[in-house]
Design a protein around this ligand. Structure first.
Ligand SMILES: Nc1ncnc2c1ncn2[C@@H]1O[C@H](COP(=O)(O)OP(=O)(O)OP(=O)(O)O)[C@@H](O)[C@H]1O
Ligand SMILES: [Mg+2]
Length: 336
């Protein structure tokens, strides 16, 4: 039976034990152990090819472990197909986004609402109504009738999030949800993730942008060649020589040691091929809703208020999010 308590006495929502996934000779995930506490924002970092997306695929049922076990609230997950995992209350976004092209934003979110709902399959009118609630909550209601092809990268990322939220998850898996965002969009996305977590949703966040990891995560797991190097608070992890050697690099460590507005402001590790700057053709980002981060009420389908309060989160390394002053492109300028 899985351990029931971890991290400051909170209940375990997700646990991996000896989790392993081999692809031929490649061990993408290699005997990984971790526990995620209810209400946590749990980061997963590591170089390209470290096994982060494979880990998300294993949790969400898109892939099956070669060995080891996964538990959601003590219940075995491995081997369940994605729709069963979704019904348990686990939703995800994809590193490579998969919107239904040719459909509107509202219809895309409605599909998430219809089939991801843990209690029942919603009728289409119910799902569309739920989609409108979620779109309002994430600040995208003005785009509800637009076709997917008209969205900016930032809006597509927010749509991905809305689609996952429409399934009313208790556990939300985010795979590089910041990549391609402009600085202001990234700050808004961070604020949105905080709000989601504030509604009691546990978050597992795969991310290359260290500013995001340092600001948002309660704890971080570092993977390297599929193996777990360490798990700990962001500042502990960022100062760990093994993590600096495998991923962050000396340059990051030196910069992070300089207290310039918080230890977390040091930017992106050099091996960040995730590309957090603006993609070609989106330099201005003028279509994005300016300062519109959605409604302040409870997330549809959630009672709210069960996230780990900020006072319990590690304060070191956390930098207040200020979309107004956050004008430098995330990660850009930090690359060697
Ligand atoms: N379906 C697959 N078949 C074969 N090899 C795979 C498959 N999926 C992943 N791999 C390999 O597993 C390893 C881990 O890949 P994964 O995509 O999980 O890394 P990642 O940490 O998400 O990287 P990135 O930061 O670039 O997104 C890589 O060596 C990759 O080539
Ligand atoms: Mg990946």
């Amino acid at each position: 039976m899985a351990t029931s308590r971890t991290h400051e006495g909170r209940a375990v929502i997700l646990q991996a034990r000896g989790l392993t996934r081999r692809f031929g000779g490649v061990v993408a995930v290699d005997r990984v152990d971790f526990s995620v506490a209810e209400g946590e924002i749990f980061g997963v970092i590591g170089p390209n090819g470290a096994g982060k997306t494979t880990l998300m695929n294993l949790i969400s049922g898109l892939d099956t472990p070669t060995a080891g076990a996964l538990f959601f609230r003590g219940r075995p997950l491995a081997g369940l197909p994605p729709h069963r995992v979704a019904r348990l209350g686990i939703a995800r976004t994809f590193q490579i986004m998969r919107p239904f092209v040719g459909m509107t934003v509202r219809e895309n979110v409605a599909i998430g609402a219809r089939f991801g709902n843990p209690a029942r399959v919603l009728s289409m009118p119910q799902a569309l109504a739920r989609a409108d609630e979620v779109l309002a909550w994430v600040g995208m209601q003005h785009r509800a009738d637009h076709e997917i092809g008209t969205l900016t990268t930032g809006e597509r990322k927010r749509l991905e999030l809305a689609r996952a939220l429409a399934a009313e998850p208790q556990l939300l898996l985010l795979d590089e949800v910041m990549s391609g965002l402009l600085p202001r969009e990234a700050s808004e996305m961070m604020a949105l993730i905080r709000r989601i977590n504030g509604q009691g949703v546990t978050v597992v966040l795969v991310e290359h942008v260290m500013r995001v990891v340092m600001t948002l995560c309660h704890r971080v797991l570092v993977l390297h060649h599929g193996k777990p190097i360490t798990v700990g608070r962001p500042t502990e992890v960022a100062a760990d020589p093994a993590v600096i050697g495998a991923y962050l690099g000396e340059r990051y460590a030196r910069r992070a040691a300089v207290p310039a507005g918080g230890a977390g402001s040091a930017g992106t590790p050099p091996d960040d091929a995730g590309g957090v700057g603006a993609p070609p053709g989106q330099a201005g980002g003028a279509d994005a809703p300016r300062g519109d981060t959605g409604s302040a009420g409870a997330l549809p389908g959630h009672a709210g208020g069960a996230g780990i309060p900020p006072g319990d989160a590690p304060s070191v390394g956390a930098r207040p999010i200020d979309p107004l002053t956050d004008t430098e492109r995330v990660g850009e300028g930090d690359a060697p």
